[in-house]
Ligand binder design. Structure first.
Ligand SMILES: NC(=O)c1ccc[n+]([C@@H]2O[C@H](COP(=O)([O-])OP(=O)(O)OC[C@H]3O[C@@H](n4cnc5c(N)ncnc54)[C@H](O)[C@@H]3O)[C@@H](O)[C@H]2O)c1
Length: 250
């Protein structure tokens, strides 16, 4: 159902955590993937292992800092040169920003907003022309439950993720006529490297507020992202797909 045969995707932050799970599943479902990240030590080895398991050159690694326009232009060129086209973008790269309103500094505000929100906008800006050349495409932007409801902490993060939610809808409105679909994914708490260091108190508070009573495995979010990227979601654009174990239901 979620076949990605014939798709060529850029997955930002695609070497670990959620992005790593997306890369593995996309290749398993038949896509070719440009893994775009700043982890230049680990990235090429990850991709070699994926290609070894696939028995084919299904993925390439490309350095990308999502805040840099010139680097976006380069990664799009890599997709078209290596795999002939670009059909799919998963804007996944992100950094936390966990302080509240008064605790946030101008520097920490800019750091989170630049990577999470500006990076998502730049990705669409530079990938959409290539999708137009391919005759259409699908973009999945990574928001969060924090882009839908207040958490009482994480002022820059909630602002970035709320911005991504709205940016997704305006992009969907602008590009539907060109067969480019744009949706956002809203995970709850997921077991990834970034959550290894959150306090037990915070973890327990989050889990108490999650009807399924546990963190998601990255693969559980990857299935939803693969669905949005696939032709099975051909009439979905501007949607906010919540995969949160029920966190925002209560
Ligand atoms: N883990 C969760 O509980 C959770 C919940 C909701 C949303 N999210 C969102 O999902 C996405 C992935 O989260 P994760 O938990 O896998 O994070 P992670 O910290 O484990 O991985 C983030 C990846 O993004 C890359 N990255 C960071 N800054 C970058 C930049 N400037 N340019 C390119 N790559 C950059 C990192 O190198 C890393 O590979 C993020 O956008 C995050 O906000 C995560």
């Amino acid at each position: 159902m979620n076949s990605l045969e014939g798709k060529v995707a850029i997955i930002t932050g695609g070497t670990q955590g959620l992005g790593g799970a997306y890369t593995s599943l996309f290749v398993k479902f038949g896509a070719r993937v440009v893994v775009a990240d700043m982890r230049d030590e680990e990235g090429p080895a990850n991709v070699d292992e994926i290609n070894r398991q696939a028995g084919d050159r299904r993925a390439v690694y490309c350095h990308l800092d999502v805040t840099k326009a010139a680097e976006w232009q380069h990664v799009v060129e890599v997709a078209e040169t290596e795999f002939g086209k670009l059909t799919t973008l998963v804007n996944n790269a992100g950094v936390p920003g966990r302080d509240g309103i008064e605790g946030t500094t101008e520097a920490s505000w800019a750091g989170t907003i630049n990577v999470d929100l500006k990076g998502t906008w730049l990705g669409m800006k530079y990938c959409i022309p290539a999708m137009r050349r391919a005759g259409g495409g699908s973009i999945v932007n990574t928001s969060s439950t924090s882009g839908l409801v207040g958490t009482g902490r994480g002022a820059p993060y909630c602002s970035a993720k709320g911005g991504i939610h709205a940016l997704t809808k305006t992009a969907a409105a602008q590009y539907g006529g060109e067969k480019i679909r744009v949706n956002s994914i809203h995970p709850g708490l997921v077991d990834t490297p970034r959550n290894k260091n959150i306090s037990d108190e915070w973890r327990q508070e989050m889990l108490r507020g999650t009807p399924l009573g546990r963190m998601a495995k990255p693969e559980e979010i990857a299935n939803a992202v693969a669905f949005l990227a696939s032709d099975a979601a051909s009439f979905m654009t501007g949607s906010a797909l919540i995969v949160d174990g029920g966190m925002t239901a209560i």
